[in-house]
Design a protein around this ligand. Structure first.
Ligand code: GSH
Length: 217
């Protein structure tokens, strides 16, 4: 059965890999699963056909036969449970890898998303300048905790897993602000993720849609 995901027809980042289809492409590449991409305009995102796939009118979505999913965490967990390569076999290690997936989207991504909101969506509000340092401090608090846990390990819990794939994808979104580079061990962690052949293929595929550079950086 063919896997089809959705991505932006016009990505706001112009193909720098920050749109969330990249993390699903990356997982599919790690697992060696071929896929097709349907590009969706901003207008079509909010129309009934797409809302039937994702009630929040967002990309990416995932379709395979009768199954339709949204939410990158769920899509990647589904794929990682179905195909070997992104979750350890041992029960506890597997549960810990899944925990890191949730930590990425539930504990680390929210303050990072707030930065985009305060800078872009709410940038013209009179209180935006006052709010910005508070949001940045919340990101730093999380990155301090994360870098303390990572220490000098290559990955969060033993071998590379879906937890790392998700965490690297989330951390990548702090790079444009410069915050990532305040944490050399996390910057190196992200770079290790980006150096993986599967990430590079995923990045090149999404960059090709927007006529962007085929390699990160
Ligand atoms: N929690 C969702 C977030 C999805 C999301 O924010 N998608 C963005 C692109 S990266 C989007 O479609 N934005 C357009 C919109 O919200 O109108 C996930 O992880 O899949």
């Amino acid at each position: 059965m063919t896997i089809t995901i959705t991505a932006f027809e016009n990505s706001p980042d112009g193909g720098k890999g920050l749109a969330r289809d990249t993390r699903v492409r990356w997982a599919l590449e790690e697992l060696g699963q071929p896929y097709e991409v349907r590009l969706v305009s901003f207008r079509a995102l909010k129309e009934p056909a797409h809302l039937a796939l994702n009630p929040f009118g967002q990309i990416p979505t995932f379709e395979e036969g009768e199954l339709a999913l949204f939410e990158t965490g769920s899509i990647i967990l589904h794929l990682a449970q179905r195909h070997p390569g992104l979750l350890p076999q041992e029960e506890h290690a597997r549960a810990r890898a899944i925990t890191w997936m949730f930590a990425a989207v539930n504990s680390v991504e929210p303050p990072i998303l707030d930065l985009t909101i305060v800078k872009i969506v709410e940038g013209d509000k009179p209180w935006a300048a006052e709010r910005l340092p508070l949001v940045v401090e919340r990101i730093r608090a999380r990155l301090n905790q994360l870098s303390a846990r990572l220490g000098d390990a290559d990955w969060l819990d033993g071998a590379f897993s879906a937890g790392d794939l998700m965490m690297v994808s989330v951390l990548l979104r702090t790079r444009p602000s410069g915050i990532l580079n305040e944490y050399p061990s996390l910057a190196a962690y992200v770079a290790r993720g980006e150096a993986r052949p599967a990430y590079r293929r995923a990045y090149a595929a999404q960059a090709a849609v927007y006529g962007s550079k085929p390699t990160p950086g």
